[in-house]
Design a protein around this ligand. Structure first.
Ligand code: C2E
Ligand code: MG
Ligand code: MG
Length: 638
């Protein structure tokens, strides 16, 4: 049935609103930062085709109502273009869904073929309808007739496909997202129905834009962090990836404003000041917010002639900012590095650099830093592999030890086990290169267990040979003690090597964390009940809480080498160290001095109540096997 069209009910408001919104969305996205992934590109096309469809819808309605524009062929073509653009929009929606749900290849092909077939069928039907007058046409008298609603059927065809995907793959979508999409489409259908009931045609275009707005809100929303106004950390990764792909060189300034960690937020004044200084210094800058106090400023070299001049300018304006705000900071400048860009490792790299630089300084990254970082990463993967395999006899973990001189018996009857690492292409790696790393990545306990096991095995051998060995101490990090299995792990290893518990001592350093106190105390008491001894390592470094130490049942207090050096400087320092040692001895602790390098150190420390001495004067750390000669004849036969 063909009906005469009465377009008195058409108002351009709906179409004009949609056109304006599409343009606004386009402008907003041009000016901002967003992940331009495949879905986003589809989203852009949806907006573009909706815009085209709506512009033509507006034009053809306008022509129908404006007598002077009344060219039937032109009107029909404009209407068809509008409908085709809308159908393309629907087709892209379907495709967008297929990606969203990661449909498998077969399903994707099936749906794409059906959608294509539908598209061509409807376009052909629409055109044939115009020609053979079962669809829209304008008669000789210039009166428009609607005919069969082919476009309405096409719309429902695609909506059914979308609903099918929403139902069939509901498990592949986060519930909140699928709810959002359902709601949007149901709203669209309601709009169409209301419009139909009132004989209206003004709001059709809204139905094409609404799901796009839903997607924009749900999936392409703004990556700016509300507290700083900077882009979030994920956006930094995206920017790095984009530059890497496009082979765009870039410069980054990493800024850690340490004190804001405490405040947990940037004050607005500081935030605005930072915006201003970077906006003035570079063209097309991007500002990212990586962590509670870390900002990254990034700019492309191609947008900024003489980029290092810009960096100088940044440093200049930043110094002014610093003078005003006086917040401690660390600033790192670098040009992009391929290996780091490739792995998107900048955040980690900045931390690596930051850990070795002083406060309130600017650091310019050099090639050697990257080499060092790479080296550290290779060590880290070695450590991960060791921890993963947890072979208690792992060849890569070497047990060195340093004999300890017993002042009273004038013999070497104890020693300290010290760890070394041996990784392919590295040779022997000293502790300062891997212990902090293992601690940071929670791999230290596995290493300690290996050292403990190897030390126990060596002790077993020495005892079997009848050597006079009192004990060997093994270092543990405070974080290991926090582990619930700490005591059990240690007991198991000592037992499995069949040595007396008192042949093992555990060295720990003081914890800075007050909350650890009771936990450390309980664990020490639990293991001491077996006969295991405890040493307090590195006394005198950092800040020592004397009262707290006194409450812990240590056997030996190890005075750090820094105390030995200090005591050699002047009378007052010597008096202080001596007083500490006397106090410990009165409280039945034993005193060991570390880092005795010569006779002066030795004599001074003996004068300061030393019961044990350890240092290069007696021996550097040696392979544990070589301890034998120290136990036998004081190392003379080594
Ligand atoms: P530490 O436990 O205080 O070990 C003493 C360090 O001082 C050893 O360094 C030793 O070689 C060095 N040293 C000994 N005598 C002298 C001397 O006369 N002069 C000087 N300048 N230094 C001397 P090393 O072996 O490089 O170990 C460094 C640190 O690494 C250790 O300090 C300890 O904190 C840690 N560490 C070593 N092995 C392990 C382990 O198996 N587990 C854990 N958690 N930490 C370990
Ligand atoms: Mg130690
Ligand atoms: Mg020490």
């Amino acid at each position: 049935m063909t009906g005469q069209v009465t377009y008195a009910s058409y108002l351009p408001v709906g179409d004009i609103a949609v056109i304006t919104l599409c343009l606004l969305i386009i402008v907003l996205f041009i000016g901002t930062f967003v992940d331009r992934n495949l879905q986003f590109r589809l989203f852009q096309r949806i907006i573009s085709y909706t815009l085209i469809g709506t512009v033509f819808a507006l034009l053809y309605h306008f022509s129908l109502t404006e007598g002077s524009w009344h060219n039937p062929a032109v009107i029909t073509v404009m209407r068809d273009i509008s409908h085709i653009a809308y159908l393309v929009t629907l087709f892209i929606y379907v495709y967008y869904f297929l990606i969203l749900i990661s449909a498998d290849e077969k399903e994707r092909k099936k749906i794409v073929i059906i959608s294509y077939a539908g598209f061509f069928a409807f376009v052909i039907a629409e055109i044939l309808g115009n020609i053979f007058r079962f669809g829209f046409y304008i008669d000789a008298a210039g009166v428009a007739h609607d005919g069969l609603n082919i476009f309405g059927v096409a719309y429902m065809f695609y909506v059914v496909i979308i609903f099918y995907l929403l139902i069939r793959y509901k498990d592949r979508m986060i519930p909140q997202i699928s709810k959002g999409i359902w709601t949007t489409f149901i709203f669209c259908i309601v709009i169409l129905m209301m419009q139909g009931l009132h004989g209206q045609v003004s709001y059709t275009s809204i139905v094409f834009l609404m799901p796009a707005i839903g997607f924009m809100y749900l999936l392409h929303s703004n990556p700016f962090d509300l507290s700083t106004g900077a882009l979030n950390a994920d956006s930094f990764s995206i920017a790095v990836r984009d530059c890497y792909k496009a082979k765009d060189r870039f410069i980054v300034m990493y800024l850690d404003v340490i004190e804001t960690r405490i405040q947990s937020e940037f004050t607005p004044q500081l935030r605005f000041a930072i915006y201003r200084f970077y906006r003035d210094a570079v063209r097309k800058p991007l500002l990212f917010h990586l962590g509670p106090s870390q900002l990254v400023l990034m700019f492309r070299v191609k947008d900024n002639k003489d980029p290092w001049m810009r960096v100088e300018k940044i440093v200049e304006s930043f110094s002014v900012l610093y003078d005003k705000h006086r917040l401690d900071f660390k600033a790192v400048f670098m040009e992009d590095v391929e290996v780091i860009s490739k792995k998107d490792d900048y955040a980690d790299f900045f931390q690596f650099i930051e850990s070795k630089m002083p406060f309130n300084d600017y650091y310019y990254v050099e090639e050697k830093d990257v080499e060092e970082y790479e080296k550290q990463n290779r060590i880290l993967s070695g450590l991960e592999d060791i921890a993963d395999k947890l072979d208690l006899n792992d060849d890569r973990v070497l047990t060195y030890c340093q004999p300890v001189y017993n002042v009273e018996s004038r013999r070497y009857d104890t020693a300290e086990a010290l760890m070394r690492l041996q990784l392919p292409d590295f040779g022997t790696i000293p502790p300062y290169l891997f212990i902090p790393l293992a601690e940071k990545h929670d791999l230290i306990h596995e290493l300690s267990l290996i050292i403990l096991n190897k030390t126990c095995a060596a002790i077993r051998k020495f005892l079997d040979e009848g050597l006079p060995l009192k004990r060997i101490s093994v270092n543990f990090s405070i974080q290991e003690i926090r582990d619930d299995n700490f005591c059990l792990d240690i007991i198991n290893i000592i037992q499995s090597n069949n040595i007396p518990y008192e042949k093992i001592a555990i060295e720990i350093t003081e914890s800075r964390n007050e909350r650890d106190f009771d936990m450390v105390k309980d664990k020490i008491e639990e293991l001491r009940a077996y006969g295991i001894k405890f040493y307090l390592d590195d006394f005198g470094t950092g800040y020592s809480n004397f009262e707290r130490i006194m409450e812990l049942p240590f056997d030996i207090i190890k005075f750090d080498r820094s105390m030995v050096i200090e005591s050699g400087k002047n009378e007052a320092s010597a008096y202080m160290v001596d007083t500490f040692a006397s106090m410990f001895r009165k409280l039945k602790y034993r005193v060991l001095y570390e880092g005795i390098e010569d006779e002066n150190d030795e004599n001074r420390c003996i004068g300061m109540k030393a019961q044990y001495l350890q240092g290069y004067k007696y021996s550097k750390p040696i392979e544990i096997e070589r301890l034998r000669s120290f136990l036998l004849d004081g190392g003379r036969s080594i």
